[in-house]
Ligand binder design. Structure first.
Ligand SMILES: *Cc1c(COP(=O)(O)O)cnc(C)c1O
Length: 359
């Protein structure tokens, strides 16, 4: 069977994706998961209860328009339901952005390494990846991105905080960058880890939408990280209602489950839990920073629930050695470890100490 000739042009030329979802490998079981930036404490008790109750109602279709959740988000941020689009994770919204806005030949500018959903989205739709290096301190290089804008640029991505490096650019700088963009460019700011940032001067770019910014801008958020709901699959974006109307054209039918909607509504009401998780995560991150530094590793300055670090050895080898000890971390240019529970963090450091001593 000649499958190749059946493919859409963009799929014929698309480079192989590195993302887990596009590999034929399962997630290993019975291991310590410090490779997915999940919240190791899980969902709050209120959310667990909401999911359990909702499960029994799952014979029904959920509210496709998700108006209750949208209303809650709108109230929380002083916007309207027309400013919100809900998706099955913010990754699904990234896919929708590509489907609606990226044409063959459109350029999308971003820095790498970054979240792999972005390069996939660009290539899925025949766009051109314009990939710039991060700065020397592993941050998004907004000056270089501005200089890379051409007539063909359709979109710019700012993953802030950035995954996998865990660094952030202060939002005042991001706002300044966005205001300098020409009208034909859509900035997409991914704030999946916004809630973890301690810097009191760092604000969400949702602010610009609240102020009625009348040019393109999408700000993405998710329930997968600090809310501890990764497996439920729900995220959202804020944008001007004119942009949301267009984005909705690519909404998959019934894409957000009944459970996910109920959980998200309960989760938003439980902001105390988010504060608690933030404090626990900061403490765990500081412990890991200290210990990794003592072990001679070089770290990108972390602000979220994970750390990007250089052991000065092959990151894939380090990942494999830890996997043998049933501790999962990631390997990009350097290694990335998610902040776990106190017990997990200690086990990881003990294992890494052993591994590094053997070199
Ligand atoms: C984890 C993550 C997301 C969230 O993905 P979901 O599809 O909402 O689970 C989005 N952006 C970045 C940068 C991430 O690391």
């Amino acid at each position: 069977m000649n499958v190749e000739c059946l493919l859409r042009d963009s799929m014929k030329t698309k480079p192989k994706s590195n993302r887990g979802a596009r590999q034929k490998t399962s997630t290993p079981k019975n291991v310590t998961r410090m490779n997915y930036n999940e919240n190791p404490y899980g969902m709050s008790d209120e959310v667990k209860k909401a999911v359990t109750d909702a499960s029994l109602n799952s014979y029904m279709y959920q509210d496709f328009y998700a108006v209750d959740l949208k209303k809650q988000l709108a109230d929380l941020y002083g916007l309207t339901v027309d400013h919100v689009c809900i998706g099955a994770g913010s990754s699904a919204i990234i896919d929708m952005l590509g489907e609606v806005f990226i044409n063959y030949g459109d350029e999308v500018v971003y820095c790498a390494p970054t979240y792999e959903a972005f390069p996939d989205m660009v290539s899925d739709n025949g766009g051109v990846r314009v990939v710039l290096p991060l700065t020397d301190d592993y941050c998004y290089d907004l000056d270089a991105m501005l200089a890379a804008i051409t007539d063909k640029t359709k979109m710019v991505i700012v993953c802030n905080p950035n995954n996998p490096t865990g660094t952030y650019v202060n939002s005042a700088k991001v706002e300044e960058f966005i205001r300098k963009l020409p009208d034909h460019v859509i900035p997409v700011v991914d704030e999946a880890y916004f809630e973890y940032v301690e810097d009191p001067t760092h604000y969400s770019l949702i602010k610009m939408i609240q102020e009625g910014y009348d040019r393109p801008l999408f700000v993405l958020r998710t329930f997968s990280k600090i809310y501890g709901m990764a497996g439920l699959r729900i995220g959202y974006t804020f944008a001007d209602p004119l942009l949301i109307d267009e984005l909705m054209k690519a909404c998959q039918a019934w894409n957000v489950s009944y459970n996910a909607l109920a959980a998200a509504q309960a989760a938003l009401k439980d902001q105390e839990y988010i504060k608690k998780i933030k404090a626990l995560t900061t403490a765990g991150r500081e412990y890991l920073e200290d210990e990794l530094t003592k072990l001679g590793c070089t770290l990108a300055k972390p602000c979220a629930n994970f750390i990007y670090f250089d052991t000065h050895h092959d990151p894939k080898e380090i990942r494999a050695a830890l996997a043998e000890r049933k501790i999962m971390i990631s390997a990009f240019g350097f290694n990335r470890v998610s902040v776990g529970t106190e017990e997990q963090n200690k086990a990881f450091i003990a294992a890494l100490k052993e591994i590094l001593a053997a070199y």
